[in-house]
Design a protein around this ligand. Structure first.
Ligand code: CMP
Length: 142
């Protein structure tokens, strides 16, 4: 299996609920390392650009409002099969469908306030990491 990087965002419901550490602990216990991290408050423009593929969806405005409503923790996670591993640890987008023990089952409030974002493919990970991180902000250990 290949060592990969993926983008993780701890969303405002979980930064405001003081669950950043609990979520990082789940990543670290499951073999993902933090290769980059910063706390940020996203501008409307930055959030709209990130979610541009959802622009025509009925929830786009709500999604951008939520993602700019409080701090987000942006992280680059690194490890074997990191893209799929992160998605497994997050659980289903809608917490009502998330498996026991997953981040969304533990901490999400709704399909909108669902605690975390994770890249859904290696190509998306590369694009999303570049959207939030300069090259020098990502530490390569392998
Ligand atoms: P995320 O992985 O960040 O990517 C797109 C986001 O849109 C998704 O997580 C959800 O939080 C959000 N989303 C998806 N469906 C809905 C919905 N029906 N209402 C509000 N937000 C949604």
């Amino acid at each position: 299996m290949a060592v990969e990087k993926t983008l993780s965002i701890v969303k405002p419901n979980s930064t405001l609920d003081n669950n950043i550490g609990n979520i990082i602990a789940i990543f670290e216990k499951n073999g993902l390392r933090i290769a980059g991290a910063k706390l940020a408050r996203l501008s409307k423009e930055k959030a709209e650009g990130f979610y541009i593929e959802h622009k025509e969806r009925p929830f786009f405005g709500e999604l951008v409002n939520f993602m700019t409503s409080g701090p987000v923790m942006l992280m680059v996670l690194e490890g074997e099969n990191a893209v799929a591993k992160n998605r497994e640890l997050m659980g289903a987008t809608n917490p009502a469908n998330a498996l026991e023990g997953t981040i969304r089952k533990l901490y999400a409030k709704s399909v909108g306030e669902n605690s975390v974002h994770g890249s859904d493919s290696a190509a998306a990970a590369e694009r999303e990491i570049a959207y939030f991180f300069e090259k020098h902000e990502v530490v390569n250990r392998f």
